[in-house]
Design a binder for this molecule. Structure first.
Ligand code: C5P
Length: 239
């Protein structure tokens, strides 16, 4: 398994498990898949387990955001499901993130499994300054840095952020803090609703640890060809 294949996460945003499974089986070179709300619900909560049975690693992207106790208990379940990565909303605040980090560590120890990487969502990559202003928040970059620092302070392993914010996050949180980047668009793909984008090559060069790519692969005529093209671009950046 080469390095690029360990860093590409394909987002399986599908309304039926069968469709997702067919794509997973087709994408032999991809190790990591992301399960979001749509597939988690449409699979009756079984998507993580099913992907593990297919020998895949899973990023469970349910973006927990609730009172600390509720989120901590949900984190325990995410560990039990076998997710390698999962996330909470950084805007849930200090106590919520601290409780999530502690519960994740405890549950992994209790089960004797490797602790999943716990990530904070900073500012959704679909939002720009204008969208934030509309909900009473100002400054994408300031918000991203603030939430990334708080996540690190409270014991999280990294953040989900736009590749455009990697430099800022690295400067504040250092080289070991994991950065997982959606909002990745190869030059040959449509942007869709993502507003703060970079190509796979640019994102790797900028220092992303993992890239999350959904529609450019899943909606392509041949998802396997599209995935191979993305992997190729990522490898070029590593040379
Ligand atoms: O299809 P596309 O490549 O835009 O998919 C990106 C995936 O990453 C989606 O599943 C989306 O929910 C997720 N995501 C995101 N921005 C974040 C966190 C997750 O786009 N900040």
């Amino acid at each position: 398994m080469d390095n690029a294949a360990q860093r590409l996460i394909v987002a399986l945003d599908y309304p039926h498990w069968d469709e997702a499974e067919a794509v997973v089986k087709d994408l032999r070179e991809v190790l990591f898949f992301k399960v979001g709300l749509e597939l988690y619900l449409s699979s009756g909560g079984r998507a993580v387990e099913k992907l593990r049975e297919l020998g895949k690693e899973v990023f469970l992207d349910l973006k927990f955001h609730d009172i600390p106790n509720t989120v901590a208990q949900a984190c325990r379940q995410a560990v039990k499901h076998g997710a390698a990565l999962f996330n909470v909303h950084g805007s849930g605040g200090r106590m919520m993130m601290k409780g999530a980090a502690e519960a994740t560590k405890e549950q992994a120890q209790a089960l004797g499994v490797r602790k999943p990487l716990l990530l904070a969502v900073t500012v959704l990559t679909s939002m720009n300054e204008k969208d934030l202003e509309e909900i009473g928040m100002y400054g994408v970059q300031e918000g991203v840095v603030r939430l990334a620092k708080l996540a690190q302070e409270t014991g999280l392993d990294g953040v989900v952020a736009s590749p455009r914010e990697i430099g800022l996050i690295r400067a504040s949180c250092g080289a070991d803090f994991k950065i997982v980047c959606p909002g990745v668009r190869p030059s040959w793909a449509a942007t869709g609703d993502q507003k703060r984008v970079m190509t796979p090559k640019e994102a790797v060069l900028a220092g992303a640890d993992y890239l999350v790519v959904g529609r450019p692969i899943t909606k392509a005529k041949s998802p396997r060809e599209a995935a191979l093209k993305v992997l190729e671009e990522m490898k070029e950046a590593q040379q």
